[in-house]
Design a protein around this ligand. Sequence first.
Ligand SMILES: Nc1ncnc2c1ncn2[C@@H]1O[C@H](COP(=O)(O)OP(=O)(O)OP(=O)(O)O)[C@@H](O)[C@H]1O
Length: 327
Amino acid sequence: MSTPNFPYDSEETETFPKESTDKTSQISGTGSEKSGKTFKRSGIPVLEVKDLCHRYPHLDSNALDRINLKVFKGERVAVLGANGAGKSTLFKHLNGILRPLSGEVLIKGEKMTKKNLRKCRETVGIVFQDPDDQVLAPSVEEDIAFGPINMGLPRNEVERRVKEALEMVGLTGFEERAPHHLSGGQKKLVAIAGILAMRPEVIVLDEPTAGLDPLSSARVLELIMKMNRKLGITLLLSTHDVDVVPYFAERVFVLHHGRLEADGSPNEIFSDPDLLRKAHLRLPRVAEVFEMLQQKGLNVNIQITAEEARDEILQLVSLGHQKVKLE
Ligand SMILES: Nc1ncnc2c1ncn2[C@@H]1O[C@H](COP(=O)(O)OP(=O)(O)OP(=O)(O)O)[C@@H](O)[C@H]1O
């Protein structure tokens, strides 16, 4: 089901003041410079996190440590980080599943509190990493209807939303199917449909392609892009798959040991090997090839997508061709 009923203040967190040791290196983050696209990063952010700290009970260090970030309407943001970096913990705060130890989360400028939690959750939907944590109803239809029913929508509107959401994810005809008889990829799509049916302005997706084969993974990513482009939904997605990031994201947050280490465009992030090494991340495969060519002494620029790589190689080949002709 799409809106698990987690009480905002159910997680026990002791308060303990902590001196600032924040070394966040904020890369300027002006969007995808290479594509020449400029992003509207003014006005009230749809999501804002201020000095957010989280500590799980019985642990002696913070899972999130003074996180500050802003996300603006319509952005597509990838959150990168190694295992245990704090990605899921951060996402749970954005949907009010966890309560901050200190700091705050603001949705469209309004601080998330117990009082406005329902409204915040209608604005920010979350798709969990494991669809079995989310898709719980006996049928696909009932599962997708759960959120809209909880929102108090009339029956005909609920039916309309279920139909639309199923169409959007390409699962029309699956209404009566039992979720536990679906494949992992199909379950993931049902989880996304359940969130879509609530028409949130922001969707956070925790490793949406984890465990999926290449085709299902591409399908999910295509759907996510469609949600952004056609419906204007702001997206935050966590992933370990750095290869997909340049295709999906206009902006990247790098988390490491609960800290926001960087905030920049994919080109900015992937041109900082020290940052990637520190965060236990790697370059996209395409970029690794260019790095190897550079190490061989070739004068090439590191490219991060297949299209950019093709253009760079063609340029290289044509230069070589001219050189041959000149000789
Ligand atoms: N319920 C919990 N209780 C105690 N510690 C937890 C809990 N959930 C996460 N942690 C710890 O908090 C830290 C951050 O975990 P989190 O799941 O947010 O990382 P992540 O970046 O999402 O990792 P992954 O990529 O492996 O999913 C880790 O050290 C983890 O062990």
